[in-house]
Ligand binder design. Structure first.
Ligand code: FMN
Length: 189
């Protein structure tokens, strides 16, 4: 058990702050997934961090390409960096689409009305606007359908590559999380 290891505790603190503090550099991160054999990366917002099972949560539209790629291959990566902390967290994750409607509703209830708009478009995200569907660009769905497009993605941490660039003493560690057991290995930066 390495739960009292300073670097492990630092990582937990950064991710918790990232989820709840909008001005934290860890509030957004790059989420990478595989679509067939192509890597795809994009920024997302860290909406929650459940420390107990090392679960990083972001929201998206169920119709988006990233959801399809996670369902095909749940091996993903979450990349965080903050310019002030000067710490990069490169996190290998296993991703799942949350299916429990009660749990999804808990998150949905906290989404402000203005932020619900992207989930309400008739056209799916990433669809191409052409002469046939351009008239639907401003078309919106009814309330129940909006909720059904809302998707909570759970990303369980498997391994963290912790890199601190503070001053001249660069520090790099690998934190492995397996069956809720934690192993820590020091690496050459
Ligand atoms: C700072 C920032 C934060 C973003 N946050 C999210 C987010 O939380 N969820 C999301 O689905 N897209 C978010 N996006 C948009 C995605 O980066 C991406 O363009 C979009 O989701 C389409 O991704 P896909 O086609 O790979 O599915 C964000 C973009 C930026 C620049």
């Amino acid at each position: 058990m390495k739960r009292n290891h300073l670097i492990y505790l630092k990582m937990i603190e950064l991710l918790k702050d990232g989820a709840f503090n909008r001005s934290s550099g860890y509030h957004t991160f790059v989420f990478s997934s595989l679509s067939l054999k192509e890597v795809q990366s994009r920024y997302v917002v860290l909406r929650d961090f459940i420390e107990q099972n090392h679960n990083l949560i972001f929201f998206t539209d169920k119709r988006s390409p990233k959801v399809k790629s996670i369902i095909k291959n749940n091996r993903t990566e979450c990349l965080f960096y903050d310019r002030i902390e000067k710490i990069q967290l490169r996190i290998r994750t296993k991703s799942f689409i949350l299916r429990d409607n009660k749990e999804i509703k808990k998150y949905w209830d906290k989404v402000p009305l203005i932020s619900r708009k992207p989930y309400s478009t008739k056209l799916a995200p990433s669809s191409t606007l052409d002469s046939v569907n351009i008239g639907n660009q401003e078309a919106f769905l009814s309330n129940e359908n909006v909720f059904s497009n809302f998707c909570v993605v759970e990303n369980y941490i498997r391994e963290v590559d912790f890199l601190s660039l503070i001053s001249d003493s660069h520090k790099r560690l690998k934190i492995i999380i397996e069956n809720n057991q934690i192993k820590i290995k020091e690496l050459i930066p």
